[in-house]
Design a protein around this ligand. Structure first.
Ligand SMILES: [Zn+2]
Length: 316
């Protein structure tokens, strides 16, 4: 029993250490068979450091608890884009208080994944209305299995559900700016929306961009590699040279980074597709190392080259 406890706490310790350096996700080798990344991430988020970065105008970004969180301040109250992990509530609360004293009044979820919606319930409890695409509400409302994470999410508590759902395109006017919420055709999931701060020329592109990392693609709720590429193309076409782009994960960037990411997705897809066309099994494709040219730059986060190639293989 003692040894068992030791191994758990050691694993948690390792998890927290990695979390502090990478943001939140963990290398797959740290996952014990019986433990999903989801529970490890939730636990580790309790000790994660939350950083604040001022972007432009009244928009800041918080990093360190699940997906990147954009914060717009002003007289209408704070608006958050994404909710982080509940275990980081104290760190997020401090970070928000450090930006301004405006109460949190609005929350937008970029998609249904737990690392973007886990904090919905407490943020709603302190006064935030929650806006999301209708598919986010749909997935949060029911029990949802994500095979790729080896995890079944129970239905979210009532207080965590979006209070306003939007369709393809929606605008909000708050704090002296206009926010445009635009749904992507199925990409990373079927619930992804971008959030554009129109006066500030800032675009949050949800998990259609992982800046510097191979992305997860959630085939279990409508995502696909081809959808992910279409979204990456749309992002490149949409932004200007001066647009500040907030990725779902990784540092803030811009058009050059979006192009690089799009090119990586396309190149790996082509390699995997041509091998699969030759009749190769997944095992044979992985042996051919289709991501070899990209592992050094993109493979040091939760999704390594092998995992990414496996996700791509599924969709070509
Ligand atoms: Zn996601």
């Amino acid at each position: 029993m003692k040894r068992h406890n030791f191994s758990i706490s050691r694993r948690r310790f390792l998890a927290s250490t990695v979390l502090a350096t990478t943001g939140y996700f963990l290398p797959r080798r740290l996952f014990a068979e019986e433990e999903s990344p989801v529970s490890v991430i939730r636990t580790a988020a309790a000790t994660a450091r939350i950083t604040v970065q001022k972007l432009r105008g009244n928009v800041n970004m918080l990093e360190g608890s699940g997906g990147n969180i954009a914060v717009l301040t002003g007289r209408d109250g704070k608006l958050l884009v994404d909710a982080g992990i509940t275990a980081s509530r104290p760190g997020i609360t401090d970070a928000l208080a450090g930006i301004s004293s405006d109460p949190v009044k609005h929350l937008i979820n970029t998609h249904w994944h737990f690392d973007h919606t886990d904090g919905n319930e407490w943020l709603h409890a302190i006064g935030a209305e929650i806006t999301a695409h209708e598919n986010t509400r749909k997935h949060l409302s029911v029990s949802t299995r994500v095979e790729g994470w080896n995890f079944t999410f129970p239905p979210a508590p009532k207080g965590a559900l979006p209070t306003r759902v939007v369709g393809a395109d929606h605008q909000l006017h708050l704090n002296g700016t206009t926010l445009r919420l635009k749904h992507y055709p199925p990409a990373h999931t079927d619930s992804d929306i971008s959030v554009e701060f129109m006066n500030e020329n800032i675009l949050h592109v949800a998990d259609t961009w992982w800046n510097g990392y191979f992305p997860f693609i959630d085939y279990w709720t409508g995502g696909s590699i081809d959808g992910a590429i279409r979204a990456a193309e749309a992002n490149v076409a949409r932004v200007g040279e001066d647009t500040i782009v907030i990725p779902g994960h990784g540092p803030v960037g811009g058009k050059t980074g979006l192009i690089e990411f799009r090119d990586m997705l396309v190149a790996v897809r082509e390699k995997v597709a041509s091998l699969k066309k030759q009749g190769k099994s997944l095992e044979e494709v992985l042996l051919a190392k289709p991501t070899a040219d990209y592992d050094e730059k993109w493979g040091h986060y939760v999704i390594d080259g092998k995992h990414f190639a496996t996700l791509v293989y599924r969709g070509v």
